[in-house]
Design a protein around this ligand. Structure first.
Ligand SMILES: [Zn+2]
Length: 177
């Protein structure tokens, strides 16, 4: 996004150009007038850049407002769930799926007003060293990864059947190989 610094620089340039234009009638020599014209042109170019930056900033802010308005309605469709003993994700509330397949949303992204669907990223090794016991699901937006039972999926009605936070990871034996 264009920064406020560029916008402020444009405003300052327009102000400087205005002051130069106001003082031009008092200039006595051709050299002084030519110098003032060059300064005026420089400030005018900077002012035009600032105007451009302002318009770009306004456009970006308008898009962000629309996105947040849409997000405000969209986020009401989800609730935070413990989908495994140590993994949380936002899941769609029953009855308002709207044709969407079951999916998990990344919790950190959701809490910063972004919808990012977690994607299966492969099997992983359990803390006790059993390969393939758990599956990793990752967020491609922020890089967050969660580990759930290898057979758990967003469409699994038992995915959050025991969200006890302190339950040991290897307690969930549904996916043990
Ligand atoms: Zn994320």
């Amino acid at each position: 996004m264009v920064g406020i610094i560029e916008v402020k620089a444009g405003y300052d340039a327009a102000k400087a150009a205005f002051q130069i234009a106001q003082g031009m009638s008092a200039l006595k020599t051709e050299a002084a007038i030519n110098g003032a014209i060059i300064e005026l042109q420089r400030h005018t170019v900077d002012a035009q850049r600032g105007l451009s930056a302002s318009l770009e900033t306004i456009g970006e802010l308008e898009k962000e407002i629309v996105r947040l308005e849409n997000w405000s309605a969209e986020k009401e469709r989800y609730k935070l769930k413990a989908i495994s003993p140590r993994a949380y994700a936002y899941t769609i509330k029953p009855g308002i799926e709207g044709g969407d397949d079951p999916h998990w949303l990344c919790q950190p992204c959701f809490d910063s007003s972004h919808k990012s669907v977690l994607q299966w990223a492969g099997k992983t090794v359990s803390p006790s060293g059993i390969t393939g016991t758990f599956a990793t699901w990752g967020c491609r937006r922020c890089g967050q990864e969660i580990h759930v039972g290898r057979n758990q999926s967003p469409g699994d009605p038992n995915a959050n059947n025991d969200p006890t936070p302190n339950r040991p990871l290897n307690y969930d034996t549904r996916g043990i190989v």
